[in-house]
Design a protein around this ligand. Structure first.
Ligand SMILES: [Zn+2]
Length: 451
């Protein structure tokens, strides 16, 4: 693509800066919480239609996802606490468990369609997927926010709101990049496929449904908030777990009977389980697998005057692609839990007869971009063309790049405006400068890759 074409596109973006930001703020004011993405998708569908794209709009078919991707498909989720990660399972989630549960009628994709718009190229060029999720996580405790979470307050260069970084800024940057290319009449040989998906948070089913529907391309951008001058070539995985440790409840006054231990507190029995898990975490890191074990919640016992009947530990493990990409990494994490619990139970007389049990609530697989795909070089050149800057590599955690890369087989780079640290936080924000810079880099990438 000639620099003259890129200069036209950049100039279009500079000229329309005010409209780009006002459209972003309008989108940010739509509370497209996970489970209630309908209005957010209406906004996107109208904009994609305006660009003359061929639209494909459908509600993801949960049964199809489990049939086609049994190791990867997850239960639909919702921002509502009682519907988020509502089902627990021993190994993997299954359609049968969901269909037979009390949640079958509420965890669905009714009114939550995916929207894909295709801009056909003239032929014989390289195609590109632009992927983003419209759902945003809960605002949590409103009193902790200094700004209206759905007000799109604009102070100086900073715009506040749930989803500003994760990832409405990224969706708008991709949308406006494509608009800039189309309105500037830049000829493209390859197709551009715009995927506006639902339920990325705690599921990834929107992008998985795009893969199930057969959407493929020669490369993809997943516009999660890497930062406008940074990019990521991999994403880590995550496994949400819970361990149930049994005890024997007696009044503490009769904990010892005839000189023998009679009451067993499940809380004290959590100690060997925790120690065994920590040993596994340390071993993985010594083996150069970055792995973080979070023990987030401990619940146990009923009375101060009784030994605790049970103790439940729960948390999440995040792991790097070195643990394995795709289902292999998830299987290794589960094997790690089994080994830790086997070890803890073998070394404790009570636990050896009353095993602790691990349950899972959700998992994301890790992804790594294939280095020989040729797309990263084009993105880096586009950073130079658009910003006269060298984009720098950064790390990223679980996101839909895994569905594009591992399931649809599309070499995917994570690139978008905003800060990962802002995702899911109170006072989430993004700067105007980040959105504009990312719009320019994505527009140049469309020109350079598909032109
Ligand atoms: Zn996100």
């Amino acid at each position: 693509m000639t620099n003259e074409n890129i200069a036209r596109v950049i100039s279009w973006i500079d000229t329309h800066r005010g409209k780009i930001i006002s459209d972003f703020k309008e989108f940010l004011r739509i509370p497209s919480l996970t489970g209630e993405e309908g209005k957010g998708q209406e906004f996107m569908i109208a904009r994609l239609r305006d660009l003359g794209l061929e639209m494909d709009i459908w509600e993801p078919d949960i049964q199809e996802l489990f049939t086609k991707f049994p190791d990867i498909a997850q239960y639909p989720t919702s921002w509502q606490p009682e519907l988020d990660l509502a089902l627990k399972f021993k190994d993997i989630c299954t359609y049968e468990q969901l269909a037979g549960s009390e949640y079958a009628d509420r965890l669905t994709y009714k009114g939550r369609p995916n929207a894909v718009g295709v801009r056909k190229g003239r032929g014989s060029g390289r195609s590109l997927i632009l992927n983003g999720h419209v759902d945003v996580v809960t605002i949590g405790d409103r009193s902790r926010w200094d700004h209206d979470p759905f007000g799109a307050e604009h102070l100086g260069d900073t715009i506040y709101g749930r989803g500003a970084s994760d990832m409405k800024g990224g969706i708008i940057a991709m949308l406006k990049a494509l608009e800039a290319v189309i309105r500037s009449d830049i000829p493209l040989r390859g197709d551009v496929v715009f995927q506006s998906v639902v339920n990325e948070e705690h599921a990834g089913n929107g992008s998985l449904s795009c893969a199930a529907r057969g959407y493929k391309a020669d490369a993809a951008i997943c516009a999660e908030p890497s930062g406008a001058r940074r990019y990521a070539t991999s994403s880590g995985g995550g496994v949400y777990w819970e361990i149930v440790i049994p005890g024997k409840e007696v009044h503490t006054g009769s904990r010892w009977k005839d000189g023998r231990l009679n009451g067993i507190s499940a809380i004290e029995k959590s100690a060997p389980v925790i120690n065994a898990l920590l040993a596994q975490e340390a071993k993985a890191n010594a083996d150069q697998i970055k792995l973080s074990l979070g023990i987030g919640v401990v619940k146990g016992g009923t009375y101060a005057t009784a030994t605790a009947r049970d103790c439940v530990l729960s948390g999440v493990v995040y792991f790097s692609p070195a643990m394995g990409t795709g289902p292999a990494g998830i299987r290794r994490v589960k094997a790690m839990f089994k080994e830790a619990i086997d070890h803890a139970c073998a070394g404790d007389p009570w636990l050896s007869r009353n095993r602790a049990e691990v349950l899972y609530l959700h998992y994301d697989d890790a992804y790594r971009y294939p280095e020989d795909a040729g797309f990263l070089e084009v993105l880096l050149q586009s950073g130079k063309d658009a910003l006269h800057a060298d984009l720098e590599e950064t790390a990223f955690s679980a996101c839909d790049a895994r569905q594009l890369g591992n399931q649809a087989g599309v070499p995917t780079i994570i690139y978008g405006p905003g800060e990962l640290s802002m995702a899911h936080s109170v006072n989430e924000c993004v700067t105007e400068g980040e959105i504009i810079e990312a719009t320019k880099v994505i527009a140049a990438t469309i020109c350079n890759w598909c032109g």
